[in-house]
Write a protein that binds this ligand. Sequence first.
Ligand code: CTP
Ligand code: MG
Length: 227
Amino acid sequence: MIPRTKPEVVAIVVAAGSGVRLGREVPKAAIEIAGIPMVTRAVQAMLGGGVDRVVVAAPETWVDRFASSLATFADRVKVIPGGLMRQDSVRRGLAHSGECDIILVHDAARPLVPPFVVDRVIEAVKDGAAAVVPVIPQVDSLRRIRRSLTVAADRSAFLRVQTPQGFEAEVLRQAHANSGDKEFTDDATMCEAIDVPVTTVPGDGLAFKITEPMDLVLAEVIARGES
Ligand code: CTP
Ligand code: MG
């Protein structure tokens, strides 16, 4: 159960990926958007949205560099080495999360997430949801692959999932303890595997994930427009 008054909220920002699809020399989370590294933007969004402490999972050889770029937040942010797969990075973050009531897991690759989405996710967990995901509607038409052909699928039956995802701390710890070596796309899916229902809240277009070079161009334009 989440305490009604002042629950402790920790965010794990996973930033240990290399960004193969972006094809840059530096890890994706170190890339600057309008002069500010993605990882810094992601951490700022978490703190601005009501998170108390942040654990950042960085690429192993970048821990010191990430820590110095986050030095202004040193009292509330800890940088640790991430793992081979995203879920390993989350697991390492969990080991450093300390005593807390609510845990958010956020992709550093979604640096422009508005703080109000972060707040919305936290509030949903406070209101009793054990696992929460922000979602947006699917805008493109979808086709399902069936053997060598495709058939139209009902777009309204699908939602796109973003981060931060929010969890009762104990639920997320259990989900990870039970997951073994099986690969999961995200933490909500891992919770579902132990029969925890997943609640949705409205996400936001600005929480889009930077995956390919074009996404970086879009993020740069948006961030410059804001500053
Ligand atoms: N991530 C992580 N540890 C890993 C792999 C991914 O912390 N071993 C993080 C990434 O840093 C990113 C988020 O998980 O913030 C989502 O992953 P993705 O967008 O796939 O980023 P990358 O794995 O870095 O990109 P790519 O798959 O193109 O290499
Ligand atoms: Mg990846």
